[in-house]
Ligand binder design. Structure first.
Ligand code: NAD
Length: 405
């Protein structure tokens, strides 16, 4: 099958590379010339374990290519995936759909033969209905179908998640779209990974419900942790105690400094916004967001209390910058909030992260300094594993021997 993938961010690039590895001919499209130059030279613009070698293998096999020419990419395509960003719209928390509709319109104008247009970007319920209308308006003669195929990969483990998904969710409203999506994902179903077909609004909602549930687990556990501290209980023991119950499970119940990244914050906001707009306040989600916002200040308050409010002139080390290990995605990283608060209090910040320093430098410039070698002591133990991102708990007490980079 020939597939066009519009957008080569974390989702588009991983999806395009993995689909080509399963034998499809994939052309990835992006407008960002810097990204394209890197991709054409066989280099990945993002850090994602295993992505570069997989990309090289499929480029060498002539199944994977990169272009800014949408017409060329969609020429003869059976399926066109839209994988552009849907960030929070400034001010109101709604998903900004301008990239999606911009791409959809361009695709509609470029297509000349029947194809299925698949939305992989996370979009609110009802968006694919509008996508359909947009295509009809832009190219009234085009014979096409739409499908919603939300993505559940995790940054840092994206290849594994895409190649061996728990489930593939596909929303369709025609037999032809169902057949086409069955063909796209046949290599996956042959390997035992199920495709769950459903109607389009349900597929759109499934993505938000999944992220909202995971964010809820995190905020719930942070709330429990804060109460544990006041009551003399140890949240890590509580975590083990509840995580062993299979109805609860042991994932996403680690307390920390709040969730971040490119998905949970914006998707929780967007779903809460959808609720408000449709006369149904999502009370749990509103609380999830409020707990998360407050959680980002918990550590600052602790540090401030530890130093008796005398933070000015102190130097504090950060070990790990991104919202989780093995990614250079710094979008909504809680560490950025903490760093800004510390800087405002007159603290000098030195940081180390094995993969996210370049991206942090792009955001913070010379507001902080960066180290390239870290030696740390935590709980009195010396640990030589300095080249790994680690839990946030270890970061504050880190002792850095640094060389400026
Ligand atoms: P991203 O911002 O990293 O990448 C989007 C890319 O699309 C950019 O490279 C941009 O240049 C390109 N683009 C925008 N408009 C274009 C156009 N008209 N033509 C060609 N290229 C265009 O985004 P991302 O993190 O990959 O997320 C994409 C979508 O997937 C979002 O809706 C997100 O919510 C969802 N999602 C993301 C993740 C994740 O872990 N990042 C996981 C699941 C779902």
């Amino acid at each position: 099958m020939k597939i066009a993938m519009i957008g080569t961010g974390y989702v588009g690039l991983v999806s395009g590379v993995c689909l080509s590895d399963f034998g499809h001919e994939v052309v990835c499209v992006d407008k960002n010339q810097n990204k394209l130059a890197l991709l054409r030279a066989g280099k990945t613009p993002i850090f994602e374990p295993g992505l570069d070698s997989l990309m090289a293998r499929n480029m060498a096999a002539n199944r994977l290519s990169f272009t800014d020419n949408l017409k060329e990419a969609t020429d003869g395509a059976d399926a066109v995936f839209i994988a552009v960003g849907t960030p929070s719209r400034r001010g109101d928390g709604h998903a900004d759909l301008s990239y999606v509709f911009g791409a959809v319109k361009e695709v509609a104008e470029a297509l000349t033969k029947p194809a299925v247009i698949v939305t992989k970007s996370t979009v609110p319920v009802g968006t694919n209905r509008q996508v359909k209308q947009t295509i009809k308006k832009a190219n009234p003669k085009l014979d096409f179908d739409v499908a919603s195929n939300p993505e559940f990969l995790k940054e840092g483990a994206a290849i594994e998640d895409f190649m061996k998904p728990d489930r593939i969710v596909v929303g369709i409203d025609s037999d032809r779209a169902r057949e086409m999506m069955t063909r796209v994902y046949r290599p996956f179903t042959l390997n035992g990974h199920p495709v769950i077909f459903m109607d389009i609004p349900s597929a759109e909602m499934t993505k938000y419900a999944a992220n909202a549930m995971l964010a809820t687990k995190i905020s719930f556990m942070n709330d429990i942790a804060n109460l544990c501290e006041r009551m003399g209980a140890d949240v890590n023991q509580v975590r083990k105690g509840i995580g062993s119950d299979p109805r609860i499970g042991n994932k996403f119940i680690y307390p920390g400094i709040g969730y971040g990244g490119s998905c949970f914050p914006k998707d929780v906001k967007a779903l809460a916004r959808t609720g408000r707009e449709n006369g149904h306040t999502m009370r749990i989600l509103e609380a999830v967001e409020a707990v998360n916002d407050a959680q980002k200040s918990v550590l600052f308050n602790k540090i401030n209390a530890y130093f008796g409010g005398e933070l000015h002139g102190k130097t504090i080390a950060f070990w790990g910058l991104s919202f989780k290990p093995q990614t250079d995605d710094m979008r909504e990283a809680p560490a950025l909030v903490l760093i800004e608060k510390l800087i405002a209090a007159g603290v000098k910040v030195k940081a180390y992260d094995p993969v996210a320093m370049e991206e942090t430098k792009r955001i913070l410039g010379d507001k902080i300094s960066f180290a390239k070698y870290v030696r740390y002591e935590f709980d009195g133990r010396y640990n030589k594993e300095y080249n790994k991102s680690t839990s946030f708990a270890a970061r504050v007490n880190a002792q850095i021997q640094h060389e400026q980079i």
